[in-house]
Design a protein around this ligand. Structure first.
Ligand code: HEM
Length: 499
């Protein structure tokens, strides 16, 4: 009898059953020791973890599902994405403890498959998902160069006013008619970012750039951090309704633009002169020293691409939500108009006006809370074993900050599902800053574009309300969000009539 024959003669139904049970027991013990004293959470399946339940819940209900789990498990729970342990934080004070107090433990980014696809590379680089010294250098560079481009100063106001004026002219062309303003809004808001990064603005009839902006939105809508393809990368070859092809095509379109612009800048670079962020990076790349390599070649391409991706779509969606919410809630729009009309009349708004426009400030905050455009922030990973609220969080655990759950937490906001700007005003009508409004994230990894995004939101909003009454058509406004990496509204028509 050969060895194989001998083995097969042993294989009875009973031995297979016993073998399977032993294997499952070993897996369970292994899992138990890995998860020992981790925060509790919903039941997990072997190998696939919680992915089947997430798939069954569906993208539309995912954020509510996480919020409900958060309510059940006191703001902190564990799930498994395939074999990856992940803790979700839905409580504001736990989030502060993790990302601020213990920031050093929870601040790195994991290597998600999705980012490898976007970057066309097995090595993740750049500011969104990079780590360590290269990330720190690029983040410092981003904060400094946004400042140098005028963020926080009069220069940025002027840039935004130019684009807001162009948007007003574009919308005026169809005054009194039903129109979907998405394309024009995308062009106007992206132009502000483009002027800082590329030193260029694009015309409304530029078909190539218009199609690029649409591609970026499709790309952002087609994937999210909880996509099972981030864990089981081979799934990307299945015919998903919205496959990674959207991401691949989008990535190569944006990348073509970025590479072309960097090349153009390289050829016309003048020593000592900075036309925009690309010039600032190229000057660093020409300095001697180790660090200069993070501002050239693929490193520079990725940084520029990510600044454009992170900056444009978030700000575009914020303004789109603003228009829809003002069309839906006419009384709040009128409150803003009356305040703007009384305080600044028809002159151009500046950031200094914010202090005298509490109703506008409150309305903008409520828009950012009620339709938070980055509801899941960006996934973090723990860098060492840590303890959070008495629970063990092993090194390498994904940390999922559920900003959405915090924006709709009944303990923080009364009737959170109601759009109510007055929650940001005190009894004397003064604007109240709410620390819990953390739509730009908190801690070391928070958004470096916050000041620019806020300036964009304020100046575009005021200039549009000064000029137009924003109206719904005979169909009610659809406020259902589409969840991708961002929360964006459905395309729909609204109307603009002249004030
Ligand atoms: C309304 C507009 C915006 C919102 C709501 C927003 C929100 C966010 C959020 C929630 C994060 C992740 C924080 C975390 O992981 O904990 C983030 C990261 C980031 N944002 Fe923004 N953002 C906006 C606009 C911008 C703009 C205009 C820029 C650039 C010009 C920008 C660049 C970035 C970058 C580079 C990161 C990654 C930071 C890092 O990993 O260190 N964002 N943003």
């Amino acid at each position: 009898m050969t060895i194989l024959q001998e083995i097969f003669s042993w294989l009875t139904i009973q031995t297979i059953l016993v073998g399977t049970l032993v294997l499952l027991f070993v897996l369970w013990v292994q899992n138990f020791s890995r998860c020992y004293n981790m925060p509790p959470g919903p039941m997990q399946w072997p190998i696939v973890g919680n992915l089947p339940s997430l798939a069954m819940i569906g993208k539309e209900n995912l954020l509510d599902y996480f919020k409900k789990l958060g309510d059940k498990y006191n703001g902190l729970f564990t799930i498994k994405m395939g074999d990856h342990l992940a803790v979700c934080i839905t409580d504001y004070s736990i989030m502060k403890e993790a990302l601020l107090k213990q920031g050093a433990c929870f601040s790195d980014r994991p290597s998600l498959h999705m980012m490898k696809v976007i970057q066309h590379s097995e090595t993740i680089r750049g500011i969104l998902f990079g780590n360590g010294r290269p990330w720190q250098l690029q983040k410092n560079f981003t904060i400094q160069s946004l400042r140098d481009e005028g963020v926080g100063k009069k220069t940025v106001e002027a840039k935004i006013q130019v684009e807001a004026r162009a948007l007003v002219s574009e919308l005026e062309k169809k005054v009194g008619q039903a129109q979907d303003p998405s394309g024009s809004v995308a062009m106007a808001v992206s132009n502000v970012i483009c002027s800082m990064i590329f030193g260029a603005r694009y015309e409304y009839n530029d078909a190539e750039f218009t199609s690029l902006l649409k591609t970026i939105n499709d790309m952002v809508q087609s994937v999210n951090w909880y996509d099972p393809r981030n864990v089981f990368s081979l799934l990307e070859y299945l015919p998903y309704p919205k496959s990674y092809n959207i991401v691949r095509n989008g990535q190569s379109q944006v990348s073509n633009l970025v590479v072309k612009e960097i090349e153009k800048h390289r050829k016309s670079l003048t020593v000592g002169e900075n036309r925009d962020i690309i010039d600032r990076a190229l000057h660093i790349s020409r300095k001697n020293g180790e660090d200069s390599k993070y501002f050239e070649g693929e490193e520079l391409n990725t940084l520029v691409l990510e600044l454009f991706l992170a900056g444009a779509d978030t700000s575009v969606q914020t303004l789109k939500w603003s228009l829809l919410l003002m069309a839906k809630y006419a009384e709040y729009q009128e409150n803003c108009f009356t305040e703007i009309n009384t305080v600044i009349g028809e002159r151009l708004p500046t950031m200094d006006d914010r202090a005298c426009l509490p109703i506008v400030e409150a309305t903008l905050s409520e828009i950012q809370r009620f339709r938070i455009v980055g509801p899941m922030a960006i996934t973090h990973i723990s860098t060492k074993d840590a303890t959070l609220r008495g629970f063990h969080i092993p090194k390498g655990t994904w940390v999922l900050p559920q900003l959405h759950a915090i924006m709709f937490d009944e303990k923080l906001w009364k009737d959170p599902n109601e759009f109510r700007p007055g929650r940001f005003l005190d009894s004397s009508g003064k604007f109240v800053v709410a620390d819990e409004l953390i739509n730009f994230g908190i801690g070391k990894w928070s958004c470096p574009g916050e000041a620019l995004a806020k300036a964009n939101h304020f100046i575009f909003f005021v200039m549009l309300i000064q000029k137009f009454k924003i109206l719904k058509t005979d169909v009610d406004v659809n406020l259902d969000p589409i969840l991708g990496t961002n929360w964006s509204p459905n395309s729909q028509n609204i109307m603009f009539s002249l004030r």
